[in-house]
Every structure is written in structure tokens, then in C-alpha cells.
Design a protein around this ligand. Structure first.
Ligand code: GLC
Length: 554
């Protein structure tokens, strides 16, 4: 059974590769699949269990490949289908699982279906795969409703009909080159089921489902009472909206988290279960209130859902404890394993979010050890293990559609997508022999993989050691039980300090304070996020902003 307690994904460490920025193998300035293959040994040695590959499918790449023009082929910029097969096989030979993205909310406007829709008359079945409608107003000059794109600007674009006249409008919740698919249409279901089987047949171990909460839409021809407000409420980085207003807007989003998405995932689950080898799926679904997330991981739906609480978390003991308790209680109700995500290709890098510089880096390391000790699956975004910060980029090099659609008001996500620095003694830190698609900061020499491998106190070495302990300590390596809420026991502590035990024999202490703390503990220090943790007379002293793991078995 694919969700037995021994399933690999229940507590896996999954590493997100954003292929365009990982490793270039052919000097065109963009990462590719052969580049990933050349770094598999690095990933194996890091101690992860699985790789999640962001899209490498045929795409004009207007939204970093999340604008898919053919989900069953490889874009030449990333290589060939042979490369994808080689990557899957070589990863498997090393004992690494492969998860790929699937993007069911929209297709690129370069997809043959969209081209066919443009080449046909309004009303034909070729248009019914998307959300095409006549506009409002005398000449159809107003969009069918007032929804806004999540990337800024209107959510509708008008097409030119075959006779050259301005014609119907199509819905795009994201960029205008990402046309939303109509999931009321059985053809859409069939096509995605075919794509799932295509990659399952190639041997992938799972799927990350993009915008998993977006597929079904309600009241598509009705105006929203506050479309701009809704878009702002959906953006977590907009903090100036009063909480009550945000919550009221998010309580009912006509294009997100509708009942019908669950029918889709129940069908998909049957497909996953029809394959041997414990295949899995993880949903990217921002839903409100967060307790609704558990609906996606009911036993006949998906396997995991990203928990984004830590993606916005400060290094604050009260906030973190509340988020951990809430998550564990929520997922325990559906017997699903929790997940923990500190950053990804859509969000600021962890160190940057926690203030940047030395303080940000200290907090990020402490946060990483806290996260890795929790029961459930963890997701690590490439470069997180190097303690990278967002790069400062000049506007001329930016490529994110968010930047363009907001006229540069929102700088977008490119800062977190800058390529990985591998070696100091090579051009572009060994990422490419050509011109990197985004420039790597010159002052990253102490961040490169080679330089961090040579320093035992580096963030990379911290991750390598912690992931190794995570997969060998009896309390951390065990597959979590269905009652995950009972997996950790909090200990009473002073303000600003978190401490919990996991059985057998594991204790975590996290000091979120600005000053050191001492705690009476008996056990052996396994790892700490900073040097300077001392043990004396049965007391352990932790510097400010430090997490440590202690083995309490004797
Ligand atoms: C998801 C992806 C993001 C993309 C968006 C639209 O949120 O993670 O990168 O821009 O979907 O596909």
C-alpha cells in the first residue's frame, strides 16, 4: 500500500533543483539536465533522499518553465528526453528518488491547444479547453469579469480573431502567456492523466503539483467585490492589510480551493496507486484557513501538501511553537505526514528573510536545525544549504513576469533564482563557461561549494552533518506514525527558548533570544548551529540564536 507507515516520503529530505540555475553543461549560460547529472554525487553526499526538479518541459520560458508548451517533452535548453531518462536512472542507481513538477492550472499560449483555439471560431470545442468568453460592453471591449492576475494587471487578455477583429477574452490567473485550463472539460482530464502516466512510466517517484488549489473555478462570469484587494491578500509579502480584511477576502476565493479540485485528485490517486514503487505527490496549495490544507491529503487524495508556515516565519519562539503545534494537530486529523519548507524559487531566500548578513545567517542555521528535527518531510531549496542570500540584481537583467506586470513595483523572484556558485577558481563560480542568465554576485567566494567543503564550520558542512544525523539517529530516522502530534514532547522553558524531545533519546533546544541561555541537560551534544555551545557540570550553554541537538540515550 502506498501510504503505509514505511513509505519513504513520510519523512524524506527532498531537495529542490531549479534546473535553469543549478549547473550548465554546454556553456549557454543556463543550467540543464546534464548539469544536474554531473552534480548527482554532490546531492548524494549532501544526504538527501529525493530531488524535486522544477519544470524542464518544452516552454517559451516566460515564467521559468511554469508556462508549459508540451508537458511530455524536454525543452532543448535543458537537453533531451534521453537526458531526462539518464537523470532518472542515474539518480535511482545512487538511491535518490526523482519528483517532477506538473503544472495543471494552465498551459503556455505556445501549447498546440492554444494555437488551435486561436485558429478556430469562437464557440468551438478547441476553445472549450480554456476559459474563452465574449467581453462585456457594446463591442465586447470589457473583460468578462473584473478578476486580477496574481502577477499584477488584469486576469484576462483579448485575442485577435481570424478575420483580424478584436475578439474573445481568455483567462490567465498568472502571466498572459499562461492560459488557464478549463477543468470542466474531460479532454483536459484525459490529457493530464496521460502526462502523469507518461512520467510514471519513465520511472519518476512523484509529482509536485503546481497551483494545486487553482484548477476548479466558480462564478467565472461574476465580478469580485474587491479584485485588487483579493490579489493583495493572496500575496503574503503584503503586510499592510488589516488581518480581518485579509481573512475575509481569503475566506472565499472564486478561483482557488473549490470543492471540485478534490475529485481530480481522487482520480489521480488511483493512477499513482496503480503503479508499484511507492509513488507520491505533493500539492502546492495556498489555502485559508490553513486547516483546509488537510483536505488535500485525505487518504484517497494526495500524499503531502507543502506547509508554508515556515516560509513566512520569523525566528521567534512563540510563533514557531504555535506553527509547529498547529501543523501537527491539523495533519494528525487526516493521518498525513507534515512537511516543512523554509524557502523555494518563489520566495526570498531564508537568510535574506531573516534579516540578512551575519545575524540572518545565524538565525537561518538555527531555523534549519529546528526544521530538520521535526517529524515529517522537509524540502530544501537549492542554495539553502550554502546559506545563500538573495542577490541584488540590476533591473535590466530581471526576467520574472511579476517584475514586468507590476511595472517594476514588485521586483519579483529573480533574486532567489541566481545560479549556484560551485568553485572559486572558475569563471562564474563554475556554473557556466558562458554568460550566466542571471549574474552571480562577485562577493560569493566564501559561499561556493568548494570553499564551504573546505571549512568544517560552513553552512554546507552543517547541512551535511545534520542530514546524516537525521537519517541515522533512531528518533529522527524512524518513519513517523499516523499520530504525528504525539511525536514530539515540549519541555517547559524560559521565554524565547524551544525545547522538545523525540523518542528514543533525542532532545532539541533552540535559543531564539539575543543572549545566551543555560539549561540543565544530561546527554551528548550531537550538533549545534553555531560554535560556542559548552557543557559544564550538567549544564549546557547555548549562544544567542542557536539550536542544538542532544542525544539523551545512554
Ligand atoms: C507556482 C510556481 C511559480 C509559478 C506559478 C504559476 O506558484 O511555483 O513559480 O510562477 O505557480 O505557474
Amino acid at each position: 500500500m502506498s501510504d503505509s507507515q514505511s513509505s519513504w516520503w513520510r519523512n524524506a529530505a527532498i531537495y529542490q533543483v531549479y534546473p535553469r540555475s543549478f549547473q550548465d553543461s554546454n556553456g549557454d549560460g543556463e543550467g540543464d539536465l546534464q548539469g544536474v547529472i554531473s552534480r548527482l554525487d554532490y546531492l548524494k553526499a549532501l544526504g538527501i533522499d529525493a530531488i524535486w526538479l522544477s519544470p524542464f518541459y518544452t516552454s517559451p520560458n516566460n515564467d521559468g518553465g511554469y508556462d508549459v508548451a508540451n508537458p511530455r517533452d524536454v525543452d532543448p535548453r535543458f537537453g533531451s528526453m534521453k537526458d531526462a531518462e539518464e537523470l532518472i536512472n542515474k539518480a535511482h542507481n545512487l538511491g535518490l528518488k526523482i519528483i517532477v513538477d506538473i503544472v495543471p492550472n494552465h498551459f503556455s499560449t505556445e501549447h498546440p491547444w492554444f494555437k488551435e483555439a486561436l485558429e478556430s471560431q469562437p464557440g468551438l470545442h478547441t476553445r472549450a479547453r480554456f476559459h474563452f468568453y465574449d467581453g462585456r460592453g457594446h463591442n465586447g471591449e470589457m473583460p468578462p469579469n473584473n478578476w486580477c492576475s496574481i502577477f499584477g494587471g488584469p486576469a484576462w487578455s483579448r485575442v485577435t480573431e481570424l478575420d483580424g477583429s478584436l475578439g474573445q477574452w481568455y483567462l490567465h490567473l498568472f502571466d498572459s502567456t499562461q492560459a488557464d485550463l478549463n477543468w470542466e472539460n474531460p479532454e483536459v482530464h484525459e490529457d493530464f492523466e496521460r502526462t502523469l502516466r507518461f512520467w510514471l512510466d519513465k520511472g519518476v517517484d512523484g509529482f509536485r503539483i503546481d497551483v494545486a488549489h487553482g484548477l476548479a473555478k466558480d462564478e467565472i462570469l461574476k465580478d469580485h467585490r474587491n479584485p485588487e484587494g483579493l490579489t493583495r491578500a493572496l500575496r503574503l509579502d503584503v503586510s499592510d492589510m488589516p488581518r480581518a480584511e485579509r481573512e475575509s477576502l481569503l475566506a472565499d476565493v472564486p478561483f482557488f480551493d473549490r470543492e471540485k479540485v478534490h475529485d481530480i485528485y481522487r482520480k489521480w490517486r488511483q493512477i499513482f496507486d496503480s503503479y508499484s514503487g511507492d509513488r507520491m505527490s505533493v500539492a502546492e496549495a495556498w489555502v485559508h484557513p490553513s486547516s483546509r490544507a488537510t483536505r488535500y491529503v485525505r487518504s484517497d487524495e494526495l500524499h503531502q501538501i507543502f506547509n508554508f508556515d515556515f516560509l513566512i516565519a520569523e525566528w521567534n519562539a512563540d510563533f514557531l511553537r504555535a506553527a509547529i503545534d498547529k501543523t501537527l494537530i491539523e495533519v494528525a486529523a487526516v493521518e498525513a505526514p507534515p512537511t516543512w519548507v523554509l524557502c523555494n524559487h518563489d520566495s526570498p531566500r531564508l537568510v535574506t528573510r531573516l534579516g540578512g548578513g551575519v545575524p540572518g545567517a545565524m538565525k537561518a542555521r538555527a531555523m534549519a536545525l529546528l526544521t530538520q528535527a521535526l517529524p515529517g518531510g522537509i524540502y530544501i531549496y537549492q542554495g539553502e544549504e550554502l546559506g545563500l542570500e538573495d542577490a541584488q540584481l540590476p533591473d535590466e537583467v530581471r526576467q520574472d513576469p511579476v517584475f514586468f506586470r507590476t511595472q517594476g513595483i514588485d521586483k519579483g523572484r529573480d533574486g532567489a533564482r541566481v545560479p549556484i556558485p560551485w568553485s572559486n577558481n572558475k569563471d562564474n563560480f563554475g556554473f557556466t563557461t558562458g554568460k550566466p542568465w542571471l549574474p552571480l554576485p562577485e562577493d560569493w567566494s566564501d559561499k561556493s561549494v568548494d570553499s564551504q567543503l573546505a571549512k568544517s564550520e560552513s553552512t554546507l558542512e552543517l547541512y551535511r552533518r545534520s542530514l546524516s544525523i537525521r537519517s541515522s539517529h533512531p528518533a529522527l530516522k524512524q518513519k513517523i506514525s499516523r499520530n504525528v502530534a504525539g511525536e514530539i514532547s515540549w519541555l517547559p522553558t524560559k521565554p524565547g527558548v524551544l525545547a522538545f524531545t523525540r523518542e528514543p533519546g533525542f532532545l532539541l533546544i533552540a535559543n531564539c533570544n539575543e543572549s545566551p541561555i543555560s539549561i540543565k541537560v544530561s546527554g551528548e551534544l550531537l550538533i549545534s548551529s553555531q560554535p560556542g555551545v559548552t557543557e559544564k557540570d550538567g549544564f549546557i550553554t547555548l549562544p544567542a540564536h542557536t539550536t542544538c541537538w542532544i542525544n539523551t540515550s545512554h
